[in-house]
Design a protein around this ligand. Structure first.
Ligand SMILES: Nc1ncnc2c1ncn2[C@@H]1O[C@H](COP(=O)(O)OP(=O)(O)OP(=O)(O)O)[C@@H](O)[C@H]1O
Length: 249
């Protein structure tokens, strides 16, 4: 008789707390957060200002150490890892897309996209790089510099750079925060397509209920706790939940 062992979730947080500062000045940014992020899913993280969204993302992505609890990327426990090991893990196993694109102005699109390989001292796979550029719709722009591209195109470069290492999870910190509505939708459709067509796992912090509606699940944070996981979100349902959390009062 064979037994199948279920694959672990892409990310698992168990009883994660994060406290900034000490004594009377201590701020409990995460209180006791436990959640599984399934592989091949698109998760949005929402909540009022100061509810712990960035802290959650940073702990889940290995950018910051939790005060207590366990964070696993696949089978790998991040808590207690050395800074060097975390840096390597961030370069090879996760991808990031930030609000501010974070491209290197002097480098071409291709050079920006393949930067993670160069930083790791590895050769980029040319065919895969071309394929990723094609998927984000930039195959005609490979030799251009960021200043020659629109904001939406620059964010596509950032998405391509996040995907090129075939990461287990792509983390987005307000990836559409600097874009107009139409361009934001293009980027959200692109992220959605990476989940649907490539089986990518995406976790994105956003303030925008429309952006959150592209996700499979929206996690709502309030005062450092996950207070709801909403599946099949719509912009209206998300906005209503945010209003109940006092986000826009
Ligand atoms: N480095 C820090 N030192 C002290 N307190 C911090 C630090 N970073 C965050 N905090 C506090 O932790 C809490 C959660 O912050 P966090 O940035 O995670 O919230 P957020 O939901 O992302 O907020 P926003 O939507 O405003 O970006 C807040 O009370 C914040 O002031």
């Amino acid at each position: 008789m064979s037994t199948t062992v279920a694959a672990p979730p892409a990310v698992r947080l168990e009883s994660v707390t994060k406290t900034y500062g000490k004594g009377a000045n201590a701020v409990r940014a995460l209180r006791s957060v436990s959640v599984d992020i399934p592989r091949g899913s698109f998760t949005a993280v929402m909540g009022p200002s100061g509810s712990g969204k960035s802290t959650f993302l940073h702990c889940a992505a290995g950018l910051d150490h939790p005060t207590s609890g366990s964070v696993r990327l696949g089978d790998t426990e991040l808590a207690g890892m050395s800074e060097t090991a975390l840096t390597k893990l961030r370069r090879t196993r996760v991808g990031f897309v930030f609000q501010s694109f974070n491209l290197v102005p002097a480098l071409t699109v291709t050079e920006n996209v393949t930067l993670p390989f160069r930083l790791a001292g590895q050769k980029a796979d040319k065919e895969w790089t071309a394929e990723v550029l094609r998927r984000v719709g930039l195959e005609q722009r490979a030799g251009h510099r960021p200043s020659e591209l629109s904001g939406g195109q620059q964010q596509r470069v950032a998405v391509a750079r996040a995907l090129v290492t075939r990461p287990e999870v792509v983390f987005g910190d307000e990836p559409t925060g600097a874009l107009d509505t139409v361009t934001a939708k293009e980027i959200l459709n692109l992220l959605r397509a990476t989940v649907d067509a490539m089986g990518q796992t995406v976790v994105m912090v956003t303030h925008d209920p429309v952006a959150a509606s592209y996700a499979d699940t929206v996690l709502f944070l309030a005062d450092g706790d996950i207070v709801e996981a909403m599946s099949s979100p719509t912009a209206d349902k998300v906005a209503e939940r945010m209003t109940h959390l006092g986000a826009w009062s």
